[in-house]
Design a protein around this ligand. Structure first.
Ligand code: LLP
Length: 420
């Protein structure tokens, strides 16, 4: 459920007509609904509550905007971060360091040090080498870093190959069959407090089965570790729950996910961490765009050229992802069109041969379900600048990220003396 809807024939975000935002901020612009974020946060929290002692850490990578993180902080969420930059953002948004989990396959020394200095709640180690390095850094500071070991369970999540993370060939985690012995070795290091295992097998999962298989495997390892004398107090179950992008698609609900988790983890006697991203932020945002013109080529569907492009929303170009396209003021007629951006490559295509609300030059429209992995993956390709972001709260809205103009980006560039 989200708060983007038609009222008197025009699309609103909560109680704000999207046309008002376009007039004030320009397009393209991401528009987030605070009420939708809060609703999703509560639905998720309630869904996993039956599983016992739970900690919910919002996956910052899905939407790192400071205002979005602030909403999550106010909802009692911690953060799952994967870089020094995300750590900085989470703390700037007021998330307590102790509520932050630091994941990531390639954490650098300066990032590990930043995490230790900040006192993050848990560092998810992804290799023995990383564990040894972290132990030395922590011990040198007189600390023991609270850690989990991320396991690669070798399970196919059944999602797009570029966002699948739990197969043997993927770079993430440590192999199943080595995890138990490695955990014991890491637990003996002076700078680590090994407290559990972590798993995350992929994103935009449409079935609970692979998640259940991964969790069952994790439960087996927890038992093995304890039988071997290791202490396990925490389990981190990652994120991954998918959301519908096309009208009519059905995905497992947070409640079904929570019930499965409660069933599988019964008897584990560990605290549980969750790292949801998309399921919270996905439907809480749209990308508002304006039609530049409609170009009719011979014997083809027309090209609807919009002012948003692959640099603003990369998912269609990167993963062939579908985002519903809806007119802000639908006139009741439909057309079949190719929706494209202005960037000079054919990959800058949002949809081909799609039936959509009829639109013409100057009309406003939205790409739906753009709140997760949208603005955060933007670039300035074709020197288009960085897209702006707005948050709506009831009948008010605020710009929560300025559009970064090409002039500002160019100001960071230099022509060296020897080229003058
Ligand atoms: N935890 C870890 C360790 C992750 O790697 C991820 C996502 C999450 C949690 C959050 O997963 P979620 O609940 O959002 O599925 N750019 C891609 C998605 C990449 C996901 C990367 N990892 C896309 O646009 O679909």
């Amino acid at each position: 459920m989200d708060h983007f809807h038609l009222r008197d024939g025009v699309m609103y975000a909560e109680d704000v007509p999207l046309a008002d935002i376009a007039a004030a901020v320009g397009t393209p612009v991401y528009v987030y609904s605070r009420a939708t974020l809060e609703r999703h946060a509560r639905v998720f929290r309630d869904a996993v509550a039956p599983a016992g002692r739970v900690h919910t850490a919002f996956a910052v990578k899905s939407n790192p905007n400071l205002a979005v993180l602030r909403v999550m902080q106010r909802e009692g969420f911690g953060a799952d971060v994967v870089s020094g930059g995300e750590l900085l953002r989470a703390m700037a948004a007021g998330i307590a360091p102790g509520d932050i989990v630091f994941s990531g396959v390639g954490k650098q020394e300066h990032e590990l040090v930043a995490a230790l200095d900040a006192g993050v709640g848990q560092i998810n180690i992804e290799s023995e080498e990383e564990g040894v390095e972290l132990s030395a850094l922590a011990a040198a500071r007189g600390l023991r870093a609270p850690c989990a070991l991320r396991v690669n369970p070798d399970i196919d999540a059944g999602t797009h190959e570029k966002i699948s993370t739990g197969k043997r060939d993927n770079k993430f985690g440590v192999p199943n069959d080595r995890a138990v012995a490695m955990y014991a070795r890491l637990a003996a290091l002076p700078g680590l407090e090994m407290r559990g295992l972590a798993v995350h097998i992929g994103s935009q999962l449409s079935s609970l089965d692979p998640l259940e298989a991964a969790f069952v495997r994790l439960g087996g390892m927890i038992a093995e570790l304890r039988a071997g004398g290791c202490t396990v107090t925490h389990a981190d179950l990652g994120g991954g729950l998918g959301v519908p992008y096309k009208a009519g698609e059905v995905f497992p609900s947070p409640a079904e996910y929570g019930a499965m988790v409660a069933r599988v983890t019964r008897g584990w006697d560990t605290a549980l961490t969750f790292e949801p991203g998309r399921v919270i932020a996905g439907n809480a945002g749209v990308l508002l765009t304006r039609v530049i013109r409609v170009k009719r080529n011979a014997n083809r569907d027309p090209f609807v050229i919009v002012d948003a492009a692959m640099n603003d929303l990369a998912r269609p170009a990167l993963y062939g992802a579908w985002h519903d396209f809806e007119a802000v003021r639908p006139n009741g007629t439909r057309m079949t069109a190719n929706i494209v951006g202005p960037i000079c490559e054919t990959g800058d295509t949002f949809a081909m041969g799609r039936e959509i609300d009829a639109v013409e030059a100057g009309d406003l429209a939205v790409f739906r379900t753009a709140g997760a992995y949208g603005a955060t993956m933007a670039s300035s390709y074709n020197s288009r600048g960085f897209v702006a972001e707005v948050m709506v709260d009831g009948d008010r809205f605020a710009t929560v990220a300025d559009r970064i103009a090409p002039e500002t980006i160019t100001a960071a560039e230099r022509v060296p003396d020897w080229l003058q």
